[in-house]
Design a protein around this ligand. Structure first.
Ligand code: AMP
Ligand code: GLY
Length: 418
């Protein structure tokens, strides 16, 4: 069967590499892909948000299944569109994607179904905000309701800062929505838990911890993620049970009560405090770079898992995982997450691809035979092994060998477990 993978980041290269092992897949098309996926699959340079154009290519290349990597096409309804056109697709529909696409939607479900989460208020205008802010102590978390490419959350230490950010959101800084969600600031340990879901059932897809801040010691502004590792030891069997009972099951029931259901990867972003989970956010996709540390540990055929989900048969499936631990460190363009230069040659002739140490491409493309940077997060160096400290040493050694003068990385990824 021919399949298509939508997206162009490290997550998609990691998925593509895994699909490459699946015997039942004939051809993989990455839309648009990056320099890494180009080595394994056929990249199609199509704007995937142009659904009609996308459909034409899907038909032209006889693609029978589409796997969606990023959130934007999901929130915009790519699943509804493709299914209406009789194309099988792995990902949640437009309604279910609001779990990520609207923070207000997610919070209303939490309230109605008693899901543990930070105390919140939804503000529709500045007057609403002025009244609501009185009920919060500092710091207060100000969130844009809609998608904001990771820039819609600010932890405000002063009321003035909260006022300023909220005014920007009400003015339409993020086109996706003009609502503000105010939240109580939660303390504890952050962790991500993943599932694969279908209409009837769900299956755990592991855990990971990400490092969102740009600088070592978790300083500086938020990024898409500077590195991650899996599994996250904080999630033991007992805590996993609580996450399922208190958070996952009530959420899926809420969708069902609305005559809807979820299919796809589900990313549960949590704060753990006194061994209890609090929901921070849902993402309706795999995490990036979390995907790059979960997929390499998976022993079960990924194509089989996705087919079972598409056929609502996940219940019959048991996944098997390697005992190895896995970590990735992200090599970024200098200046990220602020301004940075693109099209800088990355000095790797070939993708390093050993069984336990390999390079996943994120923001890269190929020009005249050279691999050049094409984004803020450029390469993900991934390593598996028995101890996180040794894994990290191996990764840093390889990054030093790559010696990319336009890049930087965090040397303290995994500090919680090392
Ligand atoms: P989100 O986009 O909702 O994941 O928020 C981005 C990051 O902001 C999260 O990964 C947390 O580190 C932080 N954050 C969001 N909401 C809260 C909260 N209520 N309390 C503390 N930190 C938060
Ligand atoms: N690494 C965080 C995310 O994928 O949202």
């Amino acid at each position: 069967m021919n399949i298509a993978l939508i997206g162009s980041g490290g997550r998609e290269h990691a998925l593509c590499k895994k699909f490459k092992e699946c015997k039942k897949i004939k051809k993989i098309f990455c839309i648009p892909g990056n320099a890494g996926t180009a080595e394994l699959a056929t990249n199609l340079n199509i704007d995937f948000l142009n659904f009609n154009l996308l459909l034409k290519s899907i038909k032209h290349y006889n693609i029978k299944l589409v796997v969606v990597g990023p959130e934007e096409p999901l929130v915009k309804g790519i699943v509804n569109f493709l299914e209406k056109n009789k194309i099988k697709v792995f990902g949640p529909n437009k309604f279910a994607s609001r779990l990520e696409g609207s923070k207000a939607f997610m919070k209303i479900i939490c309230k109605k179904y008693n899901i543990p989460t930070a105390k919140f208020k939804i503000c529709r205008n500045f007057k609403d905000f002025q009244k609501s802010i009185l009920g919060f102590s500092l710091p207060v978390v100000v969130k844009a309701d809609g998608l904001a490419a990771g820039k819609g959350v600010v932890i405000c230490k002063t009321k003035e800062q909260a006022v300023k950010i909220s005014k920007q959101i009400f003015k339409g800084k993020f086109k996706s929505s003009r609502k503000v969600v105010l939240e109580e600031f939660l303390t504890g340990e952050e962790v991500s838990y993943f599932l694969i879901v279908d209409k009837k059932s769900f299956i755990s897809f592991g855990s990971a911890q990400d490092h969102k801040r740009v600088f070592e010691k978790d300083k500086g502004p938020n990024t898409g993620g500077m590195g991650a590792y899996s599994p996250a030891p904080i999630i033991d069997k007992k805590l996993e049970k609580k996450i399922i009972q208190k958070i996952v099951k009530p959420t899926l029931k809420a969708l069902k009560d609305n005559g809807q259901f979820y299919r796809g990867f589900l990313y549960v972003g949590l704060m753990i405090k006194n061994n209890n989970p609090y929901l921070i956010e849902y993402n309706v996709r795999m995490g990036d770079p979390e995907c790059q540390v979960i997929i390499p540990r998976l022993k079960t055929d990924l194509f089989k898992i996705i087919n079972y989900s598409v056929k609502n048969q996940l219940k019959k499936l048991k996944l098997s995982w390697e005992k190895n631990k896995c970590m990735t460190i992200v090599l970024c363009s200098k200046g990220y997450p602020g301004k940075y230069k693109k099209n800088k040659i990355v000095g790797i002739k070939k993708i390093v691809d050993k069984k336990k140490l390999f390079v996943i491409h994120a923001g890269t493309k190929k020009i005249n035979g050279n691999i050049v940077s094409n984004g803020g997060r450029v390469l993900n160096i991934v390593c598996k092994g028995k101890s996180f400290i040794q894994i990290r040493r191996n990764i840093i050694k390889l990054i030093k060998k790559i010696n990319w003068k336009y890049g930087f990385f965090r040397k303290d990824i995994g500090w919680r477990v090392i």
